[in-house]
Design a protein around this ligand. Structure first.
Ligand SMILES: *Cc1c(COP(=O)(O)O)cnc(C)c1O
Length: 365
């Protein structure tokens, strides 16, 4: 049996440290926004060379809080790729703004800057590129697209891209702000829900700190109508245990991806092709196949768990379909073909060999 993400191995390895960290929170009973949340924010910002990190309840709230903190809402348009997890689109709707879906590029499956350009209107207020699968988008081109529009902000969705780099700099530092998720299966995962926002804008950081905590400036002074979108102290304690391992887990994901790449491209399969001068972190290892149902069933029969990210783009989802008039031919074509093979920071070459052999038994490019 080869799980999709081997959390069991990671948790077994870290269990003594995690239990000690949780026990320390029980002992000082600082359950909400105690010193560990602040410490995690400091270290997470430092890991990105970013001035401010604001912890919050999850990656979806990280996006919606940022939009609201920037005053984006009803009547405003926000451009995002249709090929992403539903949360990116939902967060835009949560503040009342209108998602505008853009095409992706074939190499990386990330948002196509030229298509973004075509979808700009006077009402466009933000672009949310998603570094999907951990593969950096063309951030330079996206910045160029909005260079003449100071009213448009770039908000990077980094939920799958912890420590991925664009021109040597970590993603999450290129726009006005960036959202991260620490959902357990993400490259850096809590033992529950958590998220964070990076920004270099101190005023925005202060607004976000209020918005996540009932709009408070202090205990009894509510300056804004806020939310309960705080990060738990126990999750922060666990993230502090895991953060020091992130770089080495990332290096192992990258090595595992290269191992798959060599075997699969030799047989003519299309895999993620990162742009020059970017460093992907392989939250997911995605390969295109012509006979996906057959391949998934064959691997499943051999105890190998695979995934599909994502089988239905947002503009074809019942929740969003009414918002989009256009077809997105490339997006629709590749959502029929992509499948995700097991990958994580501790998959072994023996396991990968097993996956590769089973895959090549039946898969057609
Ligand atoms: C996981 C994910 C989110 C949402 O994060 P949650 O912590 O689950 O709310 C948003 N965008 C993308 C691309 C994701 O993969």
């Amino acid at each position: 049996m080869i799980p999709f993400v081997n959390l069991e191995r990671q948790i077994t390895f870290l269990k003594p440290q995690i239990l000690a960290a949780v026990e320390a929170v029980l002992d000082d009973r600082s359950f909400i926004q105690g010193p560990r949340v602040a410490q995690f924010e400091k270290l997470f910002a430092a890991a990105h060379d970013a001035p401010f990190a604001v912890g919050c309840s999850n990656g979806t709230a990280a996006i919606s809080l940022t939009l609201e903190g920037l005053g984006i809402g009803c009547g405003d348009e926000v451009i995002l790729p249709a090929h992403t997890f539903a949360a990116t689109g939902a967060a835009i709707r949560h503040v009342g703004a209108t998602p505008v879906f853009a095409e992706i590029e074939r190499e990386t499956y990330t948002i196509d800057a030229a298509d973004v350009q075509r979808r700009l209107t006077p009402r466009t207020k933000a672009i949310i590129p998603v570094h999907l699968y951990g593969t950096p988008c063309r951030l330079g081109e996206l910045s160029d697209v909005i260079a003449s529009r100071p009213d448009i902000v770039l908000i990077e969705d980094c939920a799958q891209a912890h420590l991925a780099c664009y021109r040597g700099r970590p993603v999450g530092t290129f726009g006005k702000a960036a959202s991260f998720s620490f959902y357990p299966g993400k490259n850096l995962g809590a033992c529950g829900d958590a998220g964070a926002i990076l920004t270099s804008d101190e005023k925005l950081a202060n607004t976000l700190r209020k918005l996540r905590d009932h709009g408070r400036r202090d205990k009894h002074l509510h300056e804004l109508v806020g939310y309960n979108h705080r990060m738990d102290e126990i999750q922060a304690a666990i993230l502090l245990v895991k953060l020091p391992f992130l770089a080495s887990w990332t290096a192992r994901r990258q090595a595992a991806a290269r191992y798959y790449d060599i075997a699969l491209t030799a047989r003519g399969f299309k895999v993620i092709t990162p742009f020059a001068d970017t460093t992907p972190v392989y939250h997911l290892y995605v390969v295109e196949v012509a006979n996906r149902n057959e391949v998934c069933a064959h691997l499943s029969a051999k105890g190998i768990i695979t995934g599909i990210h994502y089988p239905r783009p947002l503009h074809c989802q019942p929740a969003f379909a009414a918002l989009c008039r256009d077809r997105l031919p490339l997006t629709e074509a590749i959502t029929e073909r992509v499948m995700s093979l097991p990958i994580c920071g501790n998959i072994s070459h023996v396991e990968q060999d097993e996956v590769i052999a089973a895959f090549l038994d039946v898969a057609r490019p």
